[in-house]
Design a protein around this ligand. Structure first.
Ligand code: SF4
Length: 178
């Protein structure tokens, strides 16, 4: 895995989006993914050298300016664990914003790998798992296929088992209205 604690290789930053988690958010599309899910919706994001290097300071300025919760997506942010961990830590300690992270790693893979678990420890919610086209379901909330789960990170670590994130009344996209 690439490790860099000063910069993050980023494809783009989308400010004020509502599709990558609840409420308007700042979404950071992190470059690079090696999961190679068949029929991935975004194969141009796989290049580990794609996008551009952005400093953590620069990303923090954008996030602070928008005064919104944050989503890390990609690509797969967990292929740049050191920089992602630093960014999440700074968001939580300096701004206190809610953070979601989309990853192709499953929750079981994350908890089995101390480096991955350390990376997401301060994330609020992880949306986990590869995209499986045979399980594709466009009605799912924030997921592409039904194998993927929305994980409440703090509760899951404390309970030592996966606890899914639930928001009253938000079980599917049909319920998600802003
Ligand atoms: S994890 Fe996401 S970005 Fe990576 S190959 Fe699978 S669907 Fe594509």
């Amino acid at each position: 895995m690439e490790t860099n604690d000063e910069t993050l290789r980023v494809l783009r930053v989308v400010e004020g989006t509502s599709v990558d988690g609840p409420s308007l958010r700042t979404s950071i599309y992190v470059a690079g993914c090696r999961h190679a899910c068949p029929l991935c919706h975004n194969p141009q994001s796989w290049d580990m050298n794609g996008g551009e290097r952005r400093s953590i300071d620069n990303l923090m300025q954008v996030i602070a300016y928008n005064e919104s919760p944050v989503t890390l997506t990609g690509g797969d942010p967990l292929y740049q664990p050191v920089a992602v961990k630093e960014l999440v830590h700074r968001i939580k300690t300096e701004l206190g914003y809610n953070v979601w992270c989309f990853t192709g790693f499953t929750w079981d893979e994350i908890v089995a790998d101390p480096a991955l678990l350390d990376t997401i420890r301060e994330v609020d919610v992880v949306v986990e798992g590869r995209f499986v086209n045979s399980l594709r379901d466009t009605s799912l909330l924030f997921r592409g296929s039904s194998n993927q789960r929305i994980v409440d990170v703090r509760s899951s670590i404390d309970a030592r088992r996966l606890i899914e994130w639930k928001r009253d009344g938000w079980e599917s996209l049909d319920d998600f209205k802003i």
